[in-house]
Design a protein around this ligand. Structure first.
Ligand SMILES: N[C@@H](CCC(=O)N[C@@H](CS)C(=O)NCC(=O)O)C(=O)O
Length: 215
């Protein structure tokens, strides 16, 4: 791991405004009231001059850099670290069957988001270079998971602050709203729409709204 510059004592979160993974961490910081102890640094992506690269050669956000220079990547690992920082409530249960149930819910939504990211990347290519097979596969995957979420929407209800799976699901649907509008995810899913509108109204979501894209 690379070391932070001498004198750095604060934890820093590198993010980009359009990233749903990074948005989930930014929302978690706001929901847990950990934000005042953390410096948020906006980074460019796919840019050899990005301020992120000296800390994380992978070049992906979110990246959480600890005061000793340790750079944590992968959203779920960052959630785990935030749970060690003394917030009033946890993002993931510490142990027992409820921890694995939360991990299962995370796996479901992250799998959906990974597929949508592939679909979105394909749509950013010139039309003649897009693979119809990839587009069809990822559209089918996203619809399949969204249908499962619609069927189990009642179990995604929450009281108080949302946990990690719920924050991520809110970010995925927010991504579909603003960065991947090629997917009409609302059609035929009234329970998921109502759930999303509830979580999207929270101040943490309003404060981290991603910019609109043309896709
Ligand atoms: N598996 C990673 C995915 C993170 C990711 O894909 N980040 C994207 C933005 S949403 C990124 O930084 N892309 C830049 C690149 O691929 O060069 C996680 O869970 O954090």
């Amino acid at each position: 791991m690379l070391r932070a510059k001498a004198g750095r004592t604060q934890v820093r979160l590198y993010y980009s405004a359009g990233s749903p993974f990074a948005r989930a961490v930014r929302i978690a910081l706001r929901e847990t009231a950990l934000l005042p102890g953390i410096e948020e640094v906006e980074a460019t992506l796919r840019d050899p001059a990005s301020v992120l690269l000296p800390h994380n050669p992978v070049g992906r956000v979110p990246t959480l850099v600890l005061p000793d220079g340790t750079a944590l990547t992968e959203t779920v690992l960052i959630f785990d670290h935030l749970d060690t920082m003394g917030a009033p409530h946890r993002l993931l249960p510490a142990e027992g069957p409820v921890r694995w149930q939360a991990q299962a819910a995370l796996g479901r939504v992250i799998g959906m988001l990974d597929g949508i990211a592939v679909w979105n990347r394909e749509l950013r290519r010139p039309p003649e270079e897009r693979s119809p097979a990839v587009l069809a596969l990822e559209a089918t995957r996203a619809d399949r998971v969204a249908d499962a979420l619609e069927a189990e929407a009642d179990s995604w209800a929450f009281a108080g602050a949302p946990d990690a799976p719920r924050i991520l699901l809110g970010c995925i649907l927010g991504y579909a709203e603003r960065r991947h509008r090629a997917w009409p995810w609302r059609e035929g899913r009234p329970k998921l729409v109502a759930w999303y509108e509830g979580i999207a109204a929270r101040p943490s979501f309003a404060a981290t709204l991603p910019p609109l894209s043309g896709i």
